[in-house]
Design a protein around this ligand. Structure first.
Ligand code: UDP
Length: 233
């Protein structure tokens, strides 16, 4: 797999490291170190970050879901501001785009604008998910990967690939080297949520799943050396 443009998806929890909430600076700096190497090799990198280290809309029953999801989307913006700043302090140029106005904190997303920044060698953060409630950053990354014509979505996870069952519950679980999105859907393996899976399948966007803890895992994946699982579309 040759990668010219990739979208890297990080979960909010991944940013928090062992703390589970907020940010773990060392974890984010390690992500920055690896992304910088990929960018220096000419790979265009977009980043989508979840919000679970702060807030998940569907887990709040106390308030209206639409409002709860708005808080979730803003959590993803906070995450992108933090990670973008760590990337900048590591020597990269970055820009944060959102599907809604955030004043002077971000710029409004458009495909043309994102392309302009990619051409300048900047890392582009797609914050705020899709901008709509009842979606997730999984659907956000699928949508932006399709719009931006990315070669692949790189899913850096706590787990090192896609298994036929949960390896925490089943020690005999088998890891796939390659699996189709159709099979992921049929077997309910939930690599990304169902809406995102269908979008990737219909628009032929492959995904690479690997562990954020793999040494140089992000660089390896961006160079097409997937030690986890390739999900074909
Ligand atoms: N969210 C949303 N629309 C989007 C993306 C995210 O409403 O397009 C909200 C939603 O409340 C979600 C939260 O932001 O729970 C954090 O996003 P993430 O994808 O991390 O959520 P998860 O899938 O872990 O709930």
């Amino acid at each position: 797999m040759e990668m010219k443009r990739v979208l890297l998806k990080l979960s909010g929890e991944a940013l928090a490291g062992d703390k589970k909430t907020g940010f773990d600076e060392a974890t984010v700096k390690e992500v920055a170190r690896q992304v910088k190497i990929a960018v220096s090799e000419g790979i265009e990198v977009g980043v989508v970050i979840g919000g679970g280290n702060f807030w998940r809309g569907r887990e709040s029953n106390a308030i209206d879901r639409t409002k709860a999801d708005q808080i979730g989307m803003l959590a993803t913006v906070m995450n992108c501001i933090y990670v973008s700043e760590i990337f900048r302090s590591s020597g990269m140029d970055t820009q944060i785009l959102t599907p809604f106005e955030c004043g002077s904190m971000t710029k409004l997303f458009s495909k043309d604008r994102a392309n302009k920044y990619f051409k300048r060698g900047m890392v582009v953060f797609f914050a705020g998910g899709t901008g709509h409630p009842y979606f997730s950053t999984d659907t956000g990354v699928a949508l932006r990967a399709i719009e931006m014509e990315a070669d692949c979505i790189l899913l850096a996870k706590a787990i090192d690939g896609v298994y036929d069952s949960d390896p925490k519950l089943n020690p005999a679980a088998i890891k796939y080297d390659t699996i189709s999105i159709q099979e992921v859907i049929d077997k309910k393996l939930a690599v990304v949520d169902l809406t995102a899976s269908i979008m990737c399948m219909e628009n032929h966007v492959p995904m690479a799943v690997f562990s954020l803890n793999e040494e140089n895992g992000i660089i390896n994946a961006m160079q097409g050396k997937i030690n986890g699982t390739v999900v074909t579309a």
